[in-house]
Design a protein around this ligand. Structure first.
Ligand code: PMP
Length: 454
């Protein structure tokens, strides 16, 4: 579509009629993206860019896989749609496969987006407590700097004020605790002691609120959209233990971290934790079609059953949730990822990426480089002693300098709190070593160009 129209034509129509969540109409650098293959996207003028963000952290298997397109085509021919008021093959096989990836016995509720997956998790958590005789447990705790979605509940769980204040009041009953920021932990504090102290903060909030009012704690194993904040290694184990102690359900948001991104199927698998609920989206289909899922531990699901309703009653219908085409593509995507061994590969290539990015420390404005698998954040600071965040403008200029050299990177943080200073990387898991070298080299040059004289 659009292949024969001139760039200006598309661009003008877009500028007039498309409401973007981002800002593609910057005067210096307007672009119309048109095609994609492997780890590269191409614009309408034929310029090629290495997409080191996998779109929005989601094209995990990379662009241009013929067999994913074929899976969609074949499912459309066979049965393009039927709701999950019946069982169908793609959803049944996918749910089963997801349990293998999760390493546990789960019940899967399908939706279309990450936001919906989290909304579903919150509703299920509240209903679970009601079904087990604790209807007063409704509060959901999350962390500042986290992002959990755009809808009024998922946005309430989000801990970035700049995304929220225009839309308040959001869903009530959401509380926040500080994020575990290893880079800015108290001077000289042992990382494991810091991990324990973060879990103690969670415990204090649960106790002060009254455990009998708290339904769930939601977290991403690594806060991605808030600036790739990698917690201390014991953090997840410690907070999971607190949740268990107080009967608070642990919801792990694997929307970005899942499907191999951090070098495990799911990032919670770096720890000895089996979450109560896991939410996933994006990489589940490598973004070829929309799909999300909320996985609930089978023993929790059992609480939803009553003799009159042996299948569990959850009052939520989603027209396209578990869409057969999306499920067929997801199934093929997981098979492809297994055949190409992309998950262990992400762990190996993550080590290569970490080695390559080491060179960035020659820039005094590079405060911290955090890498977990093929997920990385480069935190830019005014100076290393104060760790004061670099202002948004030079960070934007570094990103533009990357783009001018054919590299797309991301930027994340929290503008209200003054942290919008992390350059993010999440290349497709098929990325090759020379491409990782190109990413590091290009960032190095861009930092030199923008900040070299400072
Ligand atoms: N959770 C996390 C961690 C996310 O990063 C996102 C989206 N970036 C979401 C939830 C929401 O997903 P969606 O945009 O598909 O609603």
């Amino acid at each position: 579509v659009g292949g024969r129209l001139a760039k200006q034509d598309i661009y003008e129509r877009d500028k007039r009629h498309v409401w973007h969540a981002f800002a593609p109409h910057s005067e210096q650098n307007p672009w119309v993206v048109d095609a994609a293959d492997g780890v590269y996207v191409t614009d309408l003028e034929g310029r090629r860019y290495l997409d080191a963000m996998s779109g929005l952290w989601c094209v995990n298997a990379g662009y241009g896989h013929e067999r994913l397109a074929r899976a969609a085509y074949e499912q459309m021919r066979r049965m393009p749609y039927y709701p999950l008021s019946a069982a169908h093959t793609p959803a049944a096989l996918l749910a089963d496969r997801l349990c293998q990836w999760l390493g546990g016995d789960y019940r899967i509720f399908f939706n279309n987006s990450g936001s919906e997956a989290n909304e579903t998790a919150f509703k299920l958590a509240r209903q679970y407590h009601a079904q087990t005789g604790q209807p007063g447990r409704y509060k959901v705790i999350s962390r500042y700097r986290a992002y959990h979605g755009s809808t009024l509940g998922a946005l309430a769980a989000t801990g970035q004020q700049q995304r929220k204040y225009l839309y308040e009041p959001l869903a009530p009953g959401f509380l926040h605790i500080p994020a575990p920021d290893l880079y800015r932990r108290p001077d000289g504090m042992d990382p494991l002691a810091y991990g324990r102290s973060c879990a103690e903060q969670l415990e204090q909030v649960i106790v002060w609120e009254g455990p009998e009012t708290v339904a769930a704690f939601i977290l991403e194993p690594i806060i991605t959209g808030g600036g790739v904040i990698v917690p201390p290694p014991n953090y997840l184990d410690e907070v999971a233990a607190v949740c268990r102690r107080y009967g608070v359900l642990l919801i792990v948001d694997e929307v970005i971290c899942g499907f191999g991104r951090t070098g495990k199927n799911f990032a919670f698998q770096h720890n000895a934790v089996q979450p109560d609920i896991v939410t996933m989206a994006k990489g589940i289909t490598s973004a070829y079609v929309p799909l999300s899922a909320t996985a609930v531990r089978q023993d929790l699901y059992d609480a939803f059953k009553d003799p009159a309703d042996p299948y569990g009653y959850f009052r939520q219908v989603n027209t396209f949730g578990g869409h057969p085409v999306s499920c067929a593509v997801a199934l093929e995507n997981l098979a492809l990822m297994e055949e190409l061994e992309l998950v262990p590969r992400a762990a190996r290539m993550g080590d290569v990426l970490a080695g390559e990015l080491d060179r960035l420390y020659r820039h005094p404005n590079v405060g911290d480089v955090r890498v977990r698998g093929l997920l990385a954040g480069v935190e830019l600071v005014q100076d290393r002693d104060t760790k004061a965040p670099l202002a948004a403008d030079p960070v934007k200029r570094v990103i533009a300098a990357c783009k001018a050299r054919g590299l797309i990177v991301g930027r994340n943080g929290d503008t209200v709190a003054g942290f919008n200073n992390v350059i993010t990387l999440a290349p497709p898991l098929i990325v090759q070593e020379p491409e990782l070298a190109f990413i590091a080299q290009t960032l190095d040059e861009a930092l030199e160009e923008v900040l070299g004289g400072r």
